[in-house]
Design a protein around this ligand. Structure first.
Ligand SMILES: [Zn+2]
Length: 464
């Protein structure tokens, strides 16, 4: 009894000591580092792509917005206008050029994912070459680190003008990160608290749900994007620099010597009046910036200001609403490749209102080959014979892929039709017309689908 009594009293003494010390000295746990908090996170593919948004970024900085930028690649492909360096060495230079370009605006929170600069129009090839999973994990980390209110990125879609698979890939990754960074079950090691004093693995970030995502389309046609988001004039004068926003963007662009030395050398010889004349005669520098609203989790109007509806503070994670799968007949044919991917992507990320050309369009280099990727679905219980035929513009010929073939019961088969594109016409100086290719699919004498694709022939274009 005596021993028991002493144990109890000792235990109580320890307990009251522990409570007293907690009450007297509460320790503040470290909070996220405010130096890296962003209002705007710009996600693009290559050094110099930031130019698609720099006039807007300059305006936002005037409004005391904090800006961070992520590049998917270091831009190691392509010609070097400033020196002999190529490939990875060129990428190392371009990283510094991009940092210097953004530093002219005062933006220093700049990161590069490990994606590889990939010259193709096919977003799926870019995603594969970027190690999609690896770069997505990197981008989700940066969203959680920078806690942006708004993400700005390239429009994930394929049309004439926006033909670089890497640009599209940056828009795909940014959209995925928008939907994933707030989910604590995604890359949970990033949001786990430390278990050791010098924690080497668990990152102690917090989930973060951005509030809005906007896209900038780079398409030749503008009709389908009109009224889908806010426009910003680049001719207004900055409060801080007393220069027009386009002029600040041009100053920032001067860092990109490896991409545009000959142009920049010319600009360096011009006086201010000549620069003004050059820029206003070339709408590239002075046309308004158009954004397309991807989604907003805080309301606001479609064409209203990018920060409309945004108030400080975190919002809860919102799981994207997936639209139902379209109903398909028992036997069907549809465009595959990037086209069917984007249809699934829009459905999975609640982007069913995102504009996309219908029928799809592509610009290709001639002479060359057009590949029409197809999914042929047979949901019946029998093997089916399918006949594919095509209608082509004059002078275009089928290389392979039409004719009869079978698709097994309950199978989905990939097919591809290859079309020879003729050498450039004599009147190639004129703006080429879009020409239509259609593929017709039949089974048992009945049509099971018709696919159309509009094609522009060009002297130069990225590979399909
Ligand atoms: Zn680019």
């Amino acid at each position: 009894m005596k021993k028991f009594g002493r144990t109890i009293s000792l235990g109580c003494a320890y307990l009251s000591l522990a409570v007293a010390s907690m009450a007297q000295e509460p320790k503040a746990l470290p909070l996220p580092d405010e130096r890296y908090k962003a209002d705007i996170l710009l996600v693009v593919a290559h050094p110099d792509d930031e130019g698609a948004a720099t006039p807007y970024l300059a305006r936002a900085l005037d409004d005391h917005k904090r800006v961070a930028v992520v590049f998917g690649t270091r831009g190691s492909s392509g010609a070097n206008e400033a020196g002999a360096e190529q490939a990875a060495a060129l990428g190392a230079i371009r990283e510094v050029e991009a940092r210097n370009a953004l530093a002219t605006l005062g933006i220093t929170n700049v990161w590069f994912l490990s994606g590889k600069d990939t010259a193709s129009q096919n977003v799926l090839q870019s995603l594969a070459s970027w190690d999609h999973g690896v770069t997505l994990e990197q981008l989700v980390r940066l969203v959680r680190l920078t806690r942006p209110e708004v993400i700005l990125t390239f429009l994930p879609g394929t049309f004439i003008g926006e033909d670089h698979g890497d640009h599209q890939a940056s828009g795909v990754l940014a959209t995925e990160a928008f939907d994933l960074a707030g989910d604590p079950s995604v890359f949970p090691e990033q949001v786990a608290g430390p278990t050791k004093r010098l924690e080497p693995l668990l990152e102690n970030l917090r989930p973060w749900q951005p509030k809005k995502i906007y896209y900038f389309p780079d398409a030749d046609r503008e009709d389908i994007f009109r009224g889908k988001g806010p426009d910003y004039s680049v001719k207004e004068i900055s409060k801080s620099s007393k220069q027009a926003y386009w002029r600040m963007a041009l100053d920032s662009f001067r860092a990109h010597q490896t991409q545009a030395k000959s142009f920049l050398d010319k600009v360096a010889q011009m006086d201010e009046a000549q620069i003004e004349k050059m820029a206003t005669s070339d709408s590239f520098w002075t046309e308004a910036l158009h954004f397309v609203l991807g989604k907003s989790l805080v309301g606001g109007s479609v064409t209203g200001d990018i920060f409309e509806g945004i108030t400080p503070g975190a919002i809860p994670f919102v799981r994207p609403e997936v639209s139902p799968e379209p109903s398909r007949p028992e036997l069907s044919v549809e465009l595959g490749g990037p086209y069917s991917f984007y249809a699934e992507f829009r459905r999975a990320h609640g982007l069913t209102n995102l504009p996309h050309p219908e029928p799809p369009e592509i610009a290709l280099q001639v002479p060359g080959t057009l590949v029409v990727p197809l999914w042929v679905r047979n949901r019946t219980a029998k093997t089916q014979e399918i006949t594919l035929s095509s209608a082509l513009p004059a002078g275009w010929t089928i290389q392979s892929g039409t004719g009869k073939f079978t698709v097994g019961a309950k199978q989905v088969a990939a097919a591809r039709i290859e079309v020879n594109l003729p050498a450039p016409a004599e009147n190639a100086g004129k703006k080429p017309e879009l020409q239509e290719v259609s593929v017709h699919a039949e089974s048992n004498g009945q049509s099971i689908g018709e696919i159309k694709l509009r094609v522009e022939l060009r002297k130069r274009a990225l590979p399909q």
